[in-house]
Every structure is written in structure tokens, then in C-alpha cells.
Design a protein around this ligand. Sequence first.
Ligand SMILES: [Mg+2]
Length: 234
Amino acid sequence: MTRNKLQHIKLLAIDADDTLWDNQTHFDTAQDLYCKLLAPWADEQAIRNSLYKVECRNMPLTGYGTKAFILSMIENAIGMTDSKIPAEAIQKILDIGMDILNMSAKPFPGVRETLAELFNSGKYKIVCFTKGDAIEQEEKFMKSGLTDVFHDIYVTSDKDDKEFERLCFYNGVKPSEMVSIGNSFKSDIHPIVTLGGYGIHIPYKRMWQYEHTEEYQHDHVIQVRQFSDILNYL
Ligand SMILES: [Mg+2]
């Protein structure tokens, strides 16, 4: 994809977690601590597998985010310990989860400068488009210090083609007039491409199991190494 191909673009929809700031490391650390806590009752891989199953089963009711993750950790701990887990250990699980909620959301290097340049160019409406728990995502957005280089933020329960269509409708653009930028091919790239829009994929070193998907080449998709590389195309 060349820079010329994106000359007509009006809307940039930028993912938050693991695109603007690190998120997955906090969840991975939490899971490591959780496995250590439950080590007297089960082996690590069994705990991880079982927790993932519980998370997936709960997702239609609880959605994404840390609070949903905490509930799944507790439910799984009760199940894996045959209801023997002491209240002190449940408290530790809550503490592990609260540490994620208190994460710093410090932008990756180059993110602020890149967004400022795009924002000041006046060429685009720039929105943060993220799935998850509304309060949690908005809180991270505020903590990131990036609110002045975005026009708006949209938090949705999922990022599928219906949500991308809705985002376009709210902003008065066609899908072909927007670029979605993010780390997850499944959530940030595939849905917009199926609608005729464009995607800039910035893979991150860590990926939640749930986001794994088959990636493919497409003439509306470009992959870059770091956030500031998007300036080569916009
Ligand atoms: Mg992400």
C-alpha cells in the first residue's frame, strides 16, 4: 500500500491496548502470580487452560476487561480447589486484579509525537476505538495523557464489522474513507477490510490467546513495526 492510496482518508480509528500502551504484559504477569497462588492445588498449564475456558464461557455475559477477568479468576480458583480456596487467597486474587486496573497506561515511545503531528495536520478526525469495559478504558485513556491529540473515544463491547459500521455512521464517513490502526489482526484489521476500508497493523510482542487468528495479505492492509511508521502512509 502506498501513501497515495490513503489520500482520501477522513477518519483514523486507533486501537488502545497494546497499540498506544502496553496492556498484555500486565495480564501475563497477573496470570503468572495467579498460577503461583494456585500451585498447591493444580499444575500451571492446567490452571491456564481452565482459566481460559472459564473466561471464554463468561465472555458473552461479562465482556472483555479486568473486572471480567477477576470474576473468571475467582470462579476458576473455586473450581480448581474443589471449593477449598481460603478467603485470604481470594483476597490475593482481587489484589492481582486491582493491580491491573491501576496500570499506568504510559504511551509507547513515539506515540504522542506521531499523534500530535497527525492531529495538527488537520487532515483527519482521529478517534480512539477500543473494546472492553467503558470505565476501565476511559480511565486508561485519561491516564495516558493523550486526550488532546484525539477528537473522541469510543468504547464498545466488541470490535466487529457491525461496530465499525456504526463508528462510520456516527462520524459521517464511508468505511472506504477510514483507516483502522491496531495490534490485533482479528479485531483491528479484518472487520474494516471486509467492509472495504483500510487497516494498518502494528503487531505487539505479546498477544492474548483470544486474539489469535489467521492473518492474510490484502491490498488494503499494511503492516508496520512501530507506531511512528504510520506517518509513512498518512
Ligand atoms: Mg489492542
